[in-house]
Design a protein around this ligand. Structure first.
Ligand code: SAH
Ligand code: F3S
Length: 489
């Protein structure tokens, strides 16, 4: 069997999830594949945005590799450049446009070079980039990646190539992703695609389509396969993991009340994946306050290897504002969910997403967000100034009337408060012993390794003879704002 080296480059991302599950060490990764390339064609793939996008890039890489493409980390030697894009905020799109300019300069020197835009921006703009702006050759939405080889062929025959059809069924369940993370320890597994929630500010339901869940058997098999290959942590991904449901492929809406009682839920899925091995850590993202059940929390508490960490986006601390955002919960309900987490999983790590300056945000509504933060004291938060997205409910229904300046000042205020809370929360870990899964060598020193504790805090300690993929117990002796520093005990 021949083995070939395969490497992909991913640029830094703008979405919150970049820090949560994708760290810098995962950019520009090298991996080993078991299939030799048949064709000499090379592709260069760059990913932006959320973990789901990075996970999708692994599917795209697998589809292209299956057709004999090999990859390159140098776009100058590529026959095909693919950008897997994000549309969640305007600045995400602007970054992609900047890259497209650069690639079009390269294309002037090499007319055979093909440029493809994938993902949410492709879905949002459809054929605009191709027909009006003429800066790309191929446009492929998130549910059409299987079509990519055909689309490439059709443009080789001189056609334009667009496929932005969204699907009610596509989950890519049968495609074994090419793992693009270099650490060989942690991996993503997609469990749902799309979102049915329709938060008024959010473009995702329009770019990723209707929510659908993936067959649990394929998820557990993927987790088992990863474990057998040495991986020790999987993160189950969905826009709203709590709405995961499996009833032999039937959509939620088709189920009778009786059938609903017997479905396979997210809590069941967590258990099934946790049972792959006690040495396989299970994380998930993202939970939703209106759907997160106590069953899920009890499952986390029951299994040592399901990490004590919940990412529960709040967006705002004001009930009025949450109603304009169409989030489906009140401030009180959110705080009740936080109380449930703290009760059922003592010492859980909790993080959130916050938006400042959404339509009509008053001083009072903004101070409600600050007071909620003070009440919860999140370990971590991803914070954004509101960016209006064309086509969303908010765009149609409300005025984007908070001045940019004020959005930014409020954002700075939220960031400053969060930093204070993060520092306090990290400090609480000093003097305690943490079970850490080692992910690699610390960026700052070759002599140190780093990993995460169950609560998702980064822990750094002397290297000794330990290696990535090992579990160690570390006594934290000091800390920085977000990192614990200690020694193995
Ligand atoms: N349910 C998804 C959300 C994806 S978008 C998930 O959590 O997996 C991620 C975050 O980006 C949202 O939680 C929200 O805080 C932020 N966001 C979404 N749309 C936005 C917009 N128009 N402007 C600013 N921030 C936005
Ligand atoms: Fe977006 Fe809300 Fe879904 S933030 S992805 S519509 S849960």
């Amino acid at each position: 069997m021949s083995v070939w080296l395969f490497s992909l480059s991913s640029l830094g991302c703008m979405n919150p999830y970049e820090n949560k599950v994708i760290d810098e060490s995962r950019q520009g990764e090298v991996l080993v594949m078991e299939k030799p390339p048949i064709a000499a064609k090379k592709f260069f793939l760059e990913s932006y945005g959320c973990a789901m996008n990075f996970s999708d890039s692994e599917i795209v890489a697998s589809i292209l590799a299956g057709k004999g493409y090999s990859s390159t980390t140098n776009f100058h030697e590529a026959d095909l450049i693919l950008l897997n894009t994000c549309a969640v905020r305007d600045n995400a799109e602007q970054r992609v446009r900047g890259r497209l300019k650069e690639y079009n300069i390269a294309k002037r020197k090499n007319s055979k070079l093909m440029i493809a835009v994938l993902g949410c921006m492709a879905e949002r703009l459809k054929s605009q980039l191709l027909e009006e702006e003429k800066i790309v050759d191929i446009v492929v939405g998130p549910d059409a990646y299987r079509e990519l080889p055909n689309l490439i062929e059709s443009i080789e025959g001189g056609q334009k190539a667009v496929n932005v059809l969204l699907s009610l069924e596509e989950t890519y369940a049968d495609i074994s992703p090419v793992r693009l993370d270099s650490n060989g320890v942690t991996a993503f597994i997609s469990i749902t695609r799309g979102c049915d929630n329709m938060c008024s500010f959010c473009v995702v339901p329009f770019t990723r389509g209707r929510e659908r869940s993936r067959d649990p058997e394929s998820i557990v098999n993927e987790a088992r396969n990863l474990f057998e290959r040495g991986y020790r942590e999987v993160t189950l991904l969905g826009q709203n993991v709590d709405s995961y449901v499996w009833a032999n492929g039937k959509a939620k809406k088709e189920l009778s009340e009786d059938e609903m009682k017997n479905v396979f839920t997210f809590a069941n899925l967590l258990e099934a994946v946790a049972k792959v091995s006690p040495d396989l850590r299970v994380r998930f993202s993202t939970s939703n306050p209106q759907d997160m059940t106590d069953d899920v929390l009890h499952m986390i508490a029951k299994y040592e290897n399901i990490c004590d960490y919940v990412h529960l986006p709040v967006q705002s601390g004001s009930t009025e504002m949450l109603s304009r955002m169409n989030r489906g919960y009140s401030r009180e309900k959110y705080l009740e969910r936080i109380a449930a987490i703290n009760k059922i999983i003592p010492n859980a790590g909790i993080s959130t997403d916050i938006i400042t300056g959404f339509c009509g945000e008053t001083d009072q509504e903004f101070s409600d967000t600050l007071s909620l933060m003070n009440e919860v004291r999140f370990d971590f938060a991803y914070m954004f100034a509101y960016s209006e997205r064309p086509g969303t409910i908010a765009h149609k229904k409300y005025k984007d009337n908070v001045l940019e300046e004020l959005k930014k000042t409020r954002l700075q205020e939220v960031i400053a408060l969060q930093q204070k809370h993060s520092a306090e929360r990290t400090k609480q870990g000093v003097g305690k012993v943490h079970r850490v899964l080692i992910e690699g060598v610390s960026k700052k020193s070759e002599e140190r390794l780093y990993g995460r504790n169950s609560q998702n805090t980064v822990v750094v300690f002397p290297r000794q003879n330990f290696k990535k993929g090992d579990y160690v117990n570390v006594l934290a002796k000091e800390c920085t704002l977000a990192t614990l520093i200690g020694e193995v005990v």
